[in-house]
Design a protein around this ligand. Structure first.
Ligand code: GLV
Ligand code: MG
Length: 308
């Protein structure tokens, strides 16, 4: 079964048509790498991209990174060949397939069936390869709960801001930044929160998509920081400089991590036979209860996933 708890603070995008980038990505410090056959690859280059990806998955050194391949969406002519070629060719060295522009649960189910057939034919463990679902238009967002629960393979729900902005006619060309003229809050708040609610309700990871102004690291940190503050697990990176920033933004502060571990220790004592008799537990001047234990568990899990 797929593993929804892998660290994904930084999800690094690499065009499958660029052998130099595919080589370089192996030395980068991202939690995840996703090798793309979709929008960063021209139609004419897609056949070669599939071949390059199979080759680097099988022969490259990817360490502990989550290895994902983004295929083309089901409304194109390419999806079936993307999945069959990549999974038959490198299914043993691949963790997830990312499906872009998902609009309905049936699209996830179709990918699930195809993966099961390939895994069975190839003698792979059935169900090991996960699915990452990109929400990139209004219909996808409306159906996000059904999409999240369409298959046990679904590990992440990903916000695709560029396609989403285009699909709802947002009056802006700068992905992730506020559209000019909207000055009453964060134009992305509803979308991010809706995706986060679906992810948390169904035990999936919530991932924020790309920030295209790759020279503007402060802008990247600001936009990533908004998603991290809400509770998102990670963000795409398009340039090596964005990776360290994402790893930092989506890790807890060391002081918060230490504090969370102290809360958990204090709570352990509270639930012991001796401590429980006291009725409540204090950590310095702070009262600890079951809800604070749950908050501490979240920070602690994020910190441990980040290697703290
Ligand atoms: C990513 O695919 C996006 O459209 O933002
Ligand atoms: Mg997109």
């Amino acid at each position: 079964m797929s593993d929804a708890l892998r660290a994904r603070r930084s999800c690094h995008a690499v065009p499958g048509s660029n052998p130099r980038f595919l080589e370089k990505a192996q030395g980068l410090d991202s939690d995840q790498v996703f090798l793309d056959i979709e929008d960063s690859v021209a139609p004419i280059a897609k056949p070669d991209a599939r071949k390059n990806i199979v080759e680097v998955l099988n022969t490259g050194d990817w360490g502990n990174r989550v290895r994902t391949v983004r295929v083309n969406d089901w409304t194109t002519q390419w999806t079936y060949k993307d999945v069959i070629e990549v999974v038959e060719g490198a299914g043993a060295n691949l963790d997830c397939i990312m499906l872009p522009k998902v609009q309905t649960a049936d699209q996830v189910k179709a990918l699930d069936v195809l993966l099961t057939q390939i895994e069975t034919t190839m003698g792979y463990e059935v169900g090991r390869i996960g699915i990452e679902a990109q929400i990139e238009n209004a219909l996808g967002l409306i159906n996000v709960d059904d999409i999240a629960t369409a298959s046990p393979r679904v590990e992440t729900i990903i916000f695709g801001p560029a396609d989403f902005m285009a699909s709802i006619n947002m009056k802006s060309l700068v992905v992730g930044e506020q559209p000019p003229g909207y000055d009453v809050g964060d134009a992305y708040h509803y979308i991010l929160m809706r995706i986060l609610m679906a992810a948390r309700a169904h035990d999936k990871q919530a991932i924020d998509g790309p920030y295209l102004q790759i020279k503007d690291l402060d802008g990247f940190k600001r936009v990533a920081g908004r998603a991290a503050a809400l509770g998102f697990d990670g963000k795409w990176t398009l340039h090596p400089d964005q990776i360290a920033a994402a790893n930092e933004v989506f890790s807890p502060l060391q002081s918060d991590y230490d504090h969370a571990e102290n809360i958990l220790d204090a709570y352990d004592w509270f639930t012991s036979e001796k401590g429980g008799a006291k009725g409540a537990v204090m950590l310095g001047d702070e009262m600890i209860d079951e809800a604070s234990r749950k908050m501490a568990l979240v920070i602690s899990a994020k910190g441990r996933a980040a290697g703290m």
